[in-house]
Write a protein that binds this ligand. Structure first.
Ligand SMILES: Cc1cc2nc3c(=O)[nH]c(=O)nc-3n(C[C@H](O)[C@H](O)[C@H](O)COP(=O)(O)OP(=O)(O)OC[C@H]3O[C@@H](n4cnc5c(N)ncnc54)[C@H](O)[C@@H]3O)c2cc1C
Length: 418
């Protein structure tokens, strides 16, 4: 490959305690939680909207935050953002959960859909109210490394090329882009052909008028509707990596053409498409090969370094704890991840990356970096007991109660994931 070498003086425009690279739900949680610990925080987002896949990826659905028996497992900032997502717009919270925790054992799971544009605006307001500095329309391109320590990041935006310095960095790009470029070991994932689009029809509009419920406004269209387990993925079709520009571009081009093929013979006045994803709907692109790699086999395990209990989104009863080791790699003292790029394999990775756990890991990352700054210690040497105590005070369930374990009755579905 030909190459071109150039050197350049780059203006240093600011210095922060914490830089959060990426403004998805994990990034928002990390930024807010560090700001609440009194740290100066800069959140850098390459688009002009917060929420990432949960908003511009059109994934406006909090998967279950309870065990499927009426007990809430995932709380803390996941509960806060769940509430915020429906504060000014529609919700689809099931009836048993409408008025808080259900009085009796219920099979209804604690979930909701939410209005995408309203949640986007509410997230911006949240960051402003919490004193987080935001840089929109700005791509973090390169970590500036001194040995294994990241002293800042190079960014690109309308102004040009700039540098921001930091004491700690949280890579919540969803793809571990910054950690990868810093030399942190990572695991490459792959993705099926999924490209889900929201549209309206006369019928859905009539349904809204009939019920007064805007959650019924849209119906799905697609340019590929593979599910998590590969169902509906075109036979023999390649899998997408999502970690290089050519791959992402080919996916987008193919998805748009598929979408057109799926609708071009409709009566053109019979429907309108109103929301198209503006980031690729890739589930698992690249995560860190962390100090701990989380898998499905970790079901019902307690971890001494748990930073939060989570539940299985597909299966009632199945409970897990997220080890802090999924967020860090020993040897890289001021770099941490959260959300979609926490360290997991197979279905274990899926369990970590969905919206509520992504928020929980973001919250933990924000607290951990703040503590590391205060103590001057490496992030992987975080005082776990202190971290857990702080998270508990923020209403995170650190360890699930063993009385919630019902293995005999656990509903097992066949997890045939790549
Ligand atoms: C098809 C599909 C269906 C899903 N279904 C569900 C579901 O029903 N329920 C559920 O809970 N979860 C679901 N998920 C998972 C969930 O949506 C995501 O895993 C979760 O939202 C990830 O959040 P995140 O903050 O970790 O990452 P992301 O949402 O990926 O956010 C990363 C952010 O970083 C920004 N960014 C990236 N690179 C840079 C850079 N270099 N500089 C600056 N900014 C950058 C991006 O623009 C983005 O805003 C689904 C995912 C997919 C793909």
């Amino acid at each position: 490959m030909k190459s071109y070498k150039f050197t350049e003086e780059i203006p240093v425009l600011g210095s922060y305690d914490v830089i959060v690279a990426g403004g998805g739900v994990a990034g928002v949680a990390a930024a807010v939680s560090a700001a609440r610990m009194g740290k100066s925080v800069l959140l850098i987002e390459k688009t002009i909207t917060l929420g990432g896949l949960a908003t511009i990826g059109l994934i406006n659905y909090f998967v279950p935050m309870c065990n499927g028996r009426g007990t809430k497992i995932i709380k803390g900032m996941a509960q806060e953002l769940f509430d915020l997502s429906i504060k000014y717009g529609f919700d689809t919270v099931p009836s048993d959960w409408k008025d808080g925790d259900p009085p009796a054992d219920t099979k209804q799971r604690y979930v909701t859909r939410f209005s995408i544009p309203i949640f986007i605006a509410a997230l911006t307001e949240l960051l402003k109210n919490e004193g987080v500095d935001i840089l929109f329309d700005t791509v973090v391109t390169k970590p500036v490394m001194e040995d294994n320590t990241c002293v800042g990041v190079i960014v690109e935006n309308k102004t040009g090329r700039e540098m921001y310095c930091c004491k700690m960095i949280v890579d919540v790009t969803g793809d571990s882009d910054i950690l990868y470029r810093a030399g942190v070991p990572t695991i490459q994932g792959c993705n099926f052909q999924t490209f889900l689009v929201n549209g309206v029809t006369i019928k859905t509009c009539e349904e809204v008028i009939k019920t007064g419920d805007f959650s019924k406004l849209t119906r799905g269209y697609d340019g590929g509707n593979a599910d998590l387990y590969g169902g509906n993925h075109p036979e023999g079709h390649r899998l997408w990596k999502g970690t290089n520009a050519r791959d992402v571009t080919d996916y987008v081009v193919e998805s748009h053409i598929n979408l057109l093929n799926n609708i071009r013979n409709d009566d053109r006045n019979s429907r309108e498409l109103i929301q198209i994803p503006t980031m690729p709907q890739f589930r698992t692109t690249r995560c860190i090969d962390g100090d701990y790699v989380f898998t499905e086999d970790d079901v019902y395990k307690h971890f001494d370094d748990s930073i939060g209990a989570i539940c299985d989104f597909d299966r009632r009863n199945y409970l897990y704890e997220i080890p802090f080791g999924t967020l860090v790699k020993t040897g890289f003292p001021n770099m941490i991840t959260a959300g979609r790029s926490a360290s997991g394999r197979g279905y274990g990775w899926d369990l970590l990356r969905v919206i509520p756990p992504a928020i929980i890991t973001g919250q933990a990352a924000g607290v951990a970096v703040s503590m590391a700054i205060d103590s001057g210690s490496a992030i992987y040497d975080t005082d776990i007991k202190k971290l857990q105590k702080t998270l508990e005070e923020q209403d995170v369930m650190i360890h699930f109660d063993d009385s919630l374990i019902v293995p005999g009755e656990a509903e097992r579905v066949d997890i045939g994931h790549i």
